[in-house]
Ligand binder design. Structure first.
Ligand code: UD1
Length: 417
């Protein structure tokens, strides 16, 4: 298994190009199941989760061509399988995004239940209840959801909890349903809006994306999808924090500054300098930041996907910071590892109380989930001495060429097989 070795202590300076968004392309790939034709997706990030979703679609009958320049062409004329197996779903929860599209397309879907994961129980009960409200019958058998329907029909559904993939799943199902669907308390993440806009370009009738209520008039067919995936806001924010944490000067290029506004404002209030331009952001800093508090929330709140990386920054702040995780119930796996590097973090329920220290020291570290792994890389970059991070397949799920991009910024980082 690969390991990443980091020699800490270098200031990061220079430019880093942001890749396409993992959380945008996964639902877009699933949405190709709603079409019959050749879908063209460009700016696809080269990350493991995309490989997993492409494999799943190929299993379902799509003909896939991947190009070196980040284009993926998927011919979905012949979708002839309705099963998403445990082997794939267990490595990536977002595989459950095929549930709605398969039901809409074939009237049948058999998808493994994802089960728990490192950051919490993460059920998909709301995806299931919503599809039932649209007329589907769902049975649970041997760890699989077996769903069937003659024709999905429009409904009114309220999400008790804001869920990103739940919103995407029901929106995709509703696009080809009979009649009008009203989805209330939906996710407003940029990737959800991107998906809705793309489906509309292909002939769907969705209104209200980006607000709490979406209304979808069902149509009978969609044209093939064609899009350039928007930049990955979580990758952009991770490099912004890397610049701040190493007291460096980093230009994050090819990003959408509006999508990282909550992070930008928190960095500024901790004393970090952030300059925002049309499609790039400069982050620079020449001293320790001050402790600031954050609470994670659905968009436009502070994203849970930045919580671990921001905590890494706060370990080196002057003063105290209280970090409250309100989206997932158990997303603090990085705390023990950061403490092993000399951080001072105490957990109290859903909050972490971080008392800043002057320095961290390198250590052997274990990656536990995607964003926790990113926080360990950030901590290792600013620590004294060497860190060896194992189980880096977690990082490869969502960060394209992380060691290459960080090396270009002056980090001493390498991967060993
Ligand atoms: C998506 C993102 C992930 C991000 C998360 C929250 C993708 C591919 N992944 O994950 O990077 O961390 O949003 O911003 O876009 N919940 C239920 N029942 C459900 C569904 C969700 O109780 O049926 C709960 C979850 O347990 C969690 C909360 O809702 O506590 C939010 O989860 P959700 O938005 O669904 O996360 P994902 O869509 O899986």
């Amino acid at each position: 298994m690969d390991k990443i070795i980091v020699e800490g202590g270098n200031r990061l300076t220079g430019e880093v190009e942001i890749s396409g968004a993992k959380n945008a392309i996964l639902p877009v790939l699933a949405a190709t199941l709603l079409t019959r034709g050749v879908n063209k997706i460009t700016n696809a990030p080269k990350v493991r989760d995309v490989n997993t979703m492409v494999r799943l679609l190929a299993d379902l009958g799509a003909r896939v061509e991947r190009h070196d320049d980040g284009e993926i062409d998927l011919d979905t004329t012949n979708i002839n399988n309705h099963a998403a197996p445990y082997e794939l779903v267990s490595t990536m929860r977002a595989s459950c995004l095929v549930l709605g599209p398969l039901l809409a397309r074939l009237g049948r879907a058999k998808v493994s239940l994802p089960g728990g994961c490192a950051i919490g129980a993460r059920p998909i009960d709301l995806h299931m209840k919503g599809l039932e409200a649209m007329g589907a019958t769902l049975k649970l058998e041997k760890g699989y959801i077996d769903a069937s329907v003659d024709q999905l029909r429009g409904t009114q559904f309220y999400f008790d909890t804001v869920t990103v993939t739940g919103t995407a799943n029901l929106m995709m199902a509703a696009v080809l349903a009979d009649g009008e669907t009203v989805l209330e308390n939906v996710a407003k993440e940029p990737e959800v809006v991107f998906l809705a806009d793309l489906l509309n370009q292909a002939g769907a009738k969705i209104e209200g994306q980006g607000t709490d209520i979406m209304t979808i008039q069902g149509v009978t067919s969609l044209q093939a999808l064609e899009c350039k995936i928007l930049p990955d806001r979580i990758e952009a924010g991770t490099y912004m924090i890397a610049g701040a944490m190493t007291q460096g000067d980093v230009w994050v290029k090819n990003c959408e500054p509006k999508h990282v506004e909550a992070l930008t404002l928190k960095l500024i209030s901790s004393g970090v300098s952030v300059e925002t331009h049309e499609t790039s952001i400069r982050v620079f800093c020449d001293r320790r930041p001050h402790g600031v508090n954050i609470k994670t929330r659905p968009h436009p709140g502070f994203p849970t996907d930045f919580q671990a990386q921001f905590m890494a920054l706060m370990t080196l702040a002057e003063g105290q910071s209280i970090i409250t995780e309100d989206v997932f119930e158990n997303r603090f796996m990085h705390v023990a590892e950061l403490n092993r590097m000399g951080a001072n973090i105490e957990l109290e329920g859903r909050s972490a109380i971080v008392s800043g220290v002057a320095r961290l020291s390198g250590a052997p570290l274990m990656a536990t989930d995607l964003r926790a792994s990113a926080s360990l890389v950030l901590a290792a970059l600013s620590a004294e001495g060497e860190s060896v991070i194992s189980r880096v397949y977690h990082i490869d799920r969502g960060y394209e060429e992380i060691e290459k991009k960080l090396s270009q910024l002056g980090a001493k980082i390498r991967r060993v097989k």
